[in-house]
Design a protein around this ligand. Structure first.
Ligand SMILES: Nc1ncnc2c1ncn2[C@@H]1O[C@H](COP(=O)(O)OP(=O)(O)OP(=O)(O)O)[C@@H](O)[C@H]1O
Ligand SMILES: [Mg+2]
Length: 199
């Protein structure tokens, strides 16, 4: 880790090793699910990350801890390909080298991110936001099949318990609609949701 952020192992599920024994984390034979080595980042001459290393074994859950501005988001944005990293920075996923600075490579490697900031584009529709960076369903002469694209977005949102018109412009939505529990939620999800909304 850098001098200003640290990683804490906070849990994880038990995973099976090759010899059949169950354990948390992994034995020596397993490759890290994610590894960052010597990751550095300089913004306008200011060093934000200095040779950060992080190893996450299969089944482990880590928390990245540090003060505001210590570089947590910067590290995650480097892994997601949003930011480039300084020379000498390296990362791998399941033992395979990850090309840093490429969102497509991060996605291809199986990495997924839930960012701190909402990051939706108000001028685009719900469907366009959901499918951002993905291949749209297309038909004759490469025309986008909007009915199919909208159905795809709607189905994804339904999995999160959200009922939102996929063709609506995001900037026109009532922000509360992101939080409205759909009737399809089970009682545990509803309980968790109402607990999370308490001030
Ligand atoms: N695009 C950028 N250009 C210049 N400086 C940046 C940029 N992004 C972040 N920084 C700076 O890098 C440092 C680390 O910021 P970062 O957002 O990674 O911190 P953080 O640990 O995620 O903070 P927080 O707890 O507030 O989310 C800060 O000093 C910030 O001002
Ligand atoms: Mg942050």
């Amino acid at each position: 880790m850098s001098d200003r952020i640290t990683s804490a192992l906070i849990g994880g599920k038990h995973v099976s090793s090759r010899n059949g024994t169950s354990h948390r984390g992994a034995g020596a034979s397993q490759k890290p699910a994610l590894e960052a080595r010597g990751v550095s980042k300089t913004f306008d001459g200011q060093v934000v990350l200095r040779k950060v290393s992080l190893k996450v074994m299969p089944g482990e859950i880590h928390a990245l801890v540090g003060q505001n501005g210590s570089g947590k988001s910067t590290l995650i944005k480097i892994l997601s390909g949003f930011h480039t990293a300084d020379d000498g920075s390296e990362a791998s996923v399941n033992g395979r080298r990850l090309e840093l600075g490429s969102p497509a490579a991060a996605r291809e490697a199986g990495l997924r991110f839930v960012h701190q900031d909402l990051g939706v584009i108000g001028d685009l529709t719900v469907t366009e936001n959901v499918l951002l960076g993905e291949r749209y369903p297309r038909g004759f002469a490469g025309r986008i099949r909007w009915t199919e694209a909208n159905a795809l977005a709607k189905a994804r949102l339904a999995r999160l318990g959200l009922e939102i018109d996929p063709s609506a412009r995001v900037g026109d939505l009532d922000p509360r609609c992101w939080r409205q529990p759909a009737s399809g939620w089970d009682s545990t999800t509803r309980r968790r949701h109402s607990r999370d909304r308490r001030p």
